[in-house]
Design a protein around this ligand. Structure first.
Ligand code: ADP
Ligand code: MG
Length: 229
């Protein structure tokens, strides 16, 4: 069994934290933010210095699945003073034990995608591609495939989106790296097929940066625990 999943199940965690979810994505070749998990304000400052400002600060825990709602996310942190302030504010807002505080690069780009995975009782693992950000629910613009499928199928998923033009040249930003997106969609299906204990995957958002590169800035892998089949 994958060691990250094994250790989470051993602790009866309902999910992998953002940090561990992204380590798993990375192992499957999906690009994620550069980030460091820290345990103190001093470590946070050193990590931010190494990454380069601006940075993002988030509380990290397998039991923290909706971080913004919990006041656990601070984006666009420009300097050390703001970093230390955000660190304290987030610690005060989140009253539960943390794996640590996550310091990550702030990714530029106004185009946000969502990649998801659910298990259908009849069809098995289904991969979803949709538009991210505030418009996700409003536009309901999504494409689904039952895993496994190949990169050509993944390219077809992109073509099915009504808002597919967003993947082309867009407001002075480069076209999205469709090949990497196709590989990511295939990989998410493979993750579920190879890891029975994964119930759901939610990459939200996957940002397309101005150069067209894709970066997962948030990820959540929900596990199938005994009380949650
Ligand atoms: P939540 O658990 O609430 O979904 P996220 O990690 O997705 O928390 O953060 C909330 C929002 O903040 C994201 O939807 C995204 O718009 C923005 N965001 C988070 N991390 C980054 C980052 N590293 N770079 C740029 N924007 C980010
Ligand atoms: Mg999110």
């Amino acid at each position: 069994m994958n060691p990250l999943i094994k250790s989470a199940l051993g602790k009866n965690d309902p999910a992998l934290s953002e940090y561990k979810s992204k380590q798993m994505l990375k192992a499957y070749g999906i690009p994620v933010t550069r980030e460091t998990l820290v345990q103190s304000p001093g470590e946070a400052a050193a990590a931010a210095q190494a990454l380069g400002y601006p940075v993002v600060v988030k509380a990290c825990s397998p039991r923290l699945m909706h971080k913004s709602e919990a006041g656990a996310v601070a984006v666009g942190i420009q300097d050390e003073a703001a970093l230390l302030q955000a660190y304290d504010r987030i610690l005060a807002a989140v009253d539960q034990p943390l794996e640590g505080m996550l310091i990550q690069e702030m990714v530029k780009g106004s185009r946000e995608l969502v990649v998801g995975l659910t298990r259908d009782a009849q069809f098995g693992p289904c991969v979803m591609l949709g538009l991210g950000g505030v418009l996700t629910e409003v536009l309901n613009d999504t494409a689904f495939r039952v895993a496994p499928f190949d990169e050509n199928e993944a390219l077809d998923m992109m073509a099915e989106l009504r808002s597919k033009k967003m993947l082309d040249h867009f407001r002075g930003q480069a076209p999205a790296d469709r090949q990497t997106l196709a590989q990511a969609l295939v990989a998410v299906g493979r993750m579920a097929l190879e890891n029975e204990a994964i119930a759901e995957i939610d990459i939200n958002p996957l940002i397309i940066d101005p150069q067209g590169r894709l970066i997962a800035v948030d990820a959540l892998i929900v596990l199938r625990t005994p009380d949650r089949k």
